[in-house]
Design a protein around this ligand. Structure first.
Ligand code: ATP
Length: 240
């Protein structure tokens, strides 16, 4: 049985790519409106976890429940509709379309509901209101990530997986990404953050999961993941 407090429950998850085991016996929970940082060295299985949760790859064992609903092996579109949105590496916006068009395309609701959802997105991210007529491809990297998140929030998700959203961004733009995710949390959304900047992710998150060779090497409160632990599992990847 799922503890009533858990939004997402992952039990004994296994993912294989052919004969290669990418995830083994991964179990954890995410509470509503909380943030979980998923850390680990290259190849540890972080992106595989994100893909399995969002239905892009089928687990070979274990199960995934969102709000008590079994989502194991369910198609990505149904998982999205159940309220779990994966923001993959890369920007996930249509560069030739304007900011407004990108937001319009994010939801299939009727015109009035869509206008209200766009208005809400502009309230959360005022920068996007100012740039609504600008082609998305001409936004800064951080602004594009903000638009990608705003698109995700249009469907009022319960949980957003932010997969390396600050990858390749200048420090100021990384600030913008974290600020945007903070705003998503203020809207009641839970966040699973896969992030190269371990210290920043830990400052943002409530809990932390460290993966190593496809297994959970450590799990606990984010503020207990001290330098020694990070150094042991992440080596030089602990950059602030
Ligand atoms: P990084 O931080 O480098 O992105 P990661 O922690 O996200 O790494 P994954 O991309 O999940 O790691 O990869 C986990 C393991 O699975 C790696 O050994 C990788 O080589 C392997 N892998 C990933 N995708 C595939 C695939 N499509 N086919 C075969 N093996 C794969």
């Amino acid at each position: 049985m799922t503890a009533p407090s858990a939004l997402l429950t992952v039990r004994d998850l296994h993912v294989d790519y052919g004969v290669a085991q990418a995830l083994r016996a991964v179990s954890f929970e995410v509470s509503p409106n909380s943030a979980l940082a998923v850390l680990g060295p290259n190849g540890a299985g972080k992106s595989t976890l994100a893909r399995a949760l969002s239905g892009l790859i089928a687990p070979t064992g274990g199960n995934i429940e969102l709000d008590g609903r079994d989502l194991t092996g369910v198609a990505p579109e149904r998982i999205r509709r159940a309220g779990l949105i994966h923001l993959p590496e890369g920007r996930g916006v249509f560069p030739a379309l304007t900011v407004l068009e990108n937001l319009r395309m994010a939801t299939a609701r009727d015109r009035r509901a869509r206008a209200a959802a766009i208005e809400r997105a502009f309230d959360i991210f005022p920068v996007l209101r100012r740039r609504q007529r600008q082609a998305a491809g001409t936004l800064s990297g951080g602004e594009q990530q903000m638009l990608s998140l705003a698109r995700a929030l249009m469907v009022e998700p319960r949980l957003v997986i932010a997969d390396e959203m600050s990858l390749g961004l200048a420090p100021k733009m990384v600030d913008l990404v974290f600020e945007s995710l903070q705003r998503a949390r203020a809207e009641g959304v839970a966040v699973i953050m896969i992030e190269q900047f371990a210290s920043r992710a830990l400052a943002f998150a409530d809990r932390c999961l460290i993966l190593q060779r496809g297994q959970v090497a450590w799990a606990g409160e984010a503020d207990r993941a001290g330098d020694e632990l990070l150094h042991r599992y992440l080596g030089s990847a602990t950059a602030a």
